[in-house]
Design a protein around this ligand. Sequence first.
Ligand code: LIP
Length: 265
Amino acid sequence: MIVRSALLNVMMAAARKAGRGMLRDFGEVEKLQVSMKGTADFVSSADLKAEKTLRQELAKARPGYAFLLEEGGEVAGEDKSHRWIVDPIDGTTNFLHGIPHFAVSVGLERDGEMVAGVVYEPISDSMFHAEKGAGAFLNDWRLRVSARRKMDESVITTGIPHRGRPGQEVFIKELTAVMTNAAGVRRFGSAALDLAYVAAGRCEGYWEHSIKPWDMAAGIVLVREAGGYVTDFEGKGDMLASGDVVAANDQLHAPLLSLLRRAAN
Ligand code: LIP
């Protein structure tokens, strides 16, 4: 029997409540694919609805905490130590296209350090959760990063800078380096779930540039509590500010970071 903290129970209940509404909206989006317009507006309203649910539930449970919201931005709180970092739908483009791979991501920052994270994938009712010092879990199953030690046996996930996003030339160099050394490269479309998959040992590593704090905040805690490492591209802990993230199991983080840095220079 897993005894979870009151804090994690609050985060999980809020994520599940937002996920219930999201599932209904996702069903509508699948129907909208046949219509030539209105899908984007519908998804942005789904995003806003989910974020409103999360903000209401989290504020009710912890009234003084600040927020950093994907849609609502910075919201100050009386409690100067704690900040919720929230992405109501991570994998928005997947959601928009009726691709069933997206998640609710809720992270808690305490005095500048990520200390708890929930990534909830409503399609499969998968609740990835972790709290600093208490381990990482998928529902009630304890998570450990993959034990694979060799890059040529590893699957690495990433994000591809699409139209209008920076870093396309560097990414091609990085992708060439990784795909010529790894067993496989995957692009699933949700940073939060990419990090959750590393924590769950489904993939050995993940890297991406120019993503937002809310994409990665919760997943950072998942990977660390599952025994993995998460850094920026300097090998330090400045991911949220830089937007650059490299995550992997304990054996492959250094080799992956080195491969990427050599490719980029
Ligand atoms: C997404 C990230 C993904 C990245 C996308 C986008 P969103 O977040 O989860 O890893 O490649 O460009 O930033 O916008 O769906 O919350």
